[in-house]
Design a protein around this ligand. Structure first.
Ligand SMILES: Nc1ncnc2c1ncn2[C@@H]1O[C@H](COP(=O)(O)OP(=O)(O)OP(=O)(O)O)[C@@H](O)[C@H]1O
Length: 326
């Protein structure tokens, strides 16, 4: 899509793993297509193990796909010239789940925040100092905090430091992988609100990864739902969180949101175990858990069909051919 900052085309990652004494393929991410537009937030949601973190690492160019590609401003990342790669490192910044492991305990906060600024060699010492103060204030900390060490801060404050570091280079995209799930409930809303303010103030694009649909609804404009490494539904956050089409998303929603007394009887949360990505089901990856499965689901993997909410869902029930047959 033209104008996208970050895109994925057919992005796939297979890990070779030893299982029961023999080497097997683990399909962590399969054929993912996404476009992140400037200033928009794309939510990525799904249960544990569905490939969210692997997708994040691929999009950050911290891992190499086994098929497909990541594109930065329309150019394939694998062949980015050095200057464009430097620009990528400045423009696309990660915030990880756990600020205890992502912040070096031996470095003062100021130095931690200044790290990504090394991609901008023309900044003077004074400009770096100013920038550190500015981003600390932007996340609700004080300029003087630059002189302290990470262990002098609470978990929530550390995550704010991680966010300050991520915005210091004035990036265009933040990659947020479960940024609040290691925080106390009381701190989560505070951090999400800081992120939301920053999105607006700096016009940031974000990829927001979470297993929690309610959080994604609060943060994202658009959402993809992943299951066993594949996108099984996509649409606006509003659509996905109120009128999802895929039985899996409906089940996730039933698990996430308190029942609405005026709504029709709720779907059940996902039943049973997620199948192993070492031995994914034939046909539709969700068919082993789907209350609506029928013959075709066992053998034919559904492509993405247009969904009534304007997005798409990979479910045979939306196949217009099938609808004509019945
Ligand atoms: N380096 C690796 N080597 C082998 N398998 C891996 C590796 N990294 C991830 N996997 C496997 O790939 C699948 C997807 O994992 P991933 O961490 O991307 O999922 P996730 O949705 O982020 O899960 P969680 O929410 O639990 O972090 C899992 O089955 C995982 O065991």
């Amino acid at each position: 899509m033209s104008g996208a900052i970050l895109s994925a085309r057919g992005l796939s990652r297979v890990f070779k793993v030893k299982h029961n004494g023999r080497q097997q393929d683990l399909h962590a991410v399969s054929e993912v297509d996404i476009d992140l537009l400037p200033g928009r937030t794309l939510g990525v949601v799904g249960e544990s193990g569905c490939g969210k973190t692997t997708l994040n690492r691929l999009l950050l160019l911290l891992d190499t796909p086994t098929a497909g590609e990541v594109q930065f401003q329309g150019e394939a990342s694998a062949t980015l010239p050095p200057q464009a790669r430097r620009e990528f490192r400045r423009a696309v910044q990660p915030v990880f789940q756990n600020p205890f492991s992502s912040l070096d305990p031996r470095m003062r906060v100021g130095r931690i925040i200044a790290e990504p600024l090394s991609t901008i060699p023309e900044l003077t010492r004074q400009q770096i100092e100013d920038r550190i103060g500015e981003v600390l204030e932007a996340v609700g900390l004080r300029r003087e905090d630059a002189r302290r060490f990470p262990n002098e801060f609470s978990g929530g404050q550390r995550q704010r430091i991680a966010i300050a570091r991520a915005i210091a280079s004035r990036p265009r995209v933040l990659m947020l992988d479960e940024p609040v799930s290691s925080q106390d409930i009381s701190i989560r809303a505070q951090i999400l609100n800081i992120l939301k303010d920053l999105q607006e103030e700096y016009g940031l694009g974000c990829v927001f990864i979470s297993h929690d649909l309610a959080t994604v609804r609060f943060m994202a404009d658009d959402v993809i739902v992943m299951y066993l490494g594949r996108i099984i539904e996509r649409g606006s956050a509003e659509a996905i969180c109120t009128t999802p089409s895929h039985p899996y998303t409906r089940a996730l929603l039933a698990a996430a949101l308190p029942p609405d007394p005026d709504a029709p009887p709720p779907d059940l949360p996902p039943q049973g175990e997620i199948p192993s990505p070492l031995d994914p089901p034939s046909g539709c990856p969700y068919h082993t858990r789907c209350p609506l499965r029928f013959d075709r689901c066992d053998s034919v993997r559904p492509t993405m069909f247009a969904a009534p909410h304007g997005g798409g869902a990979a479910c045979h029930l939306l196949d217009p051919e099938l609808r004509r047959e019945h």
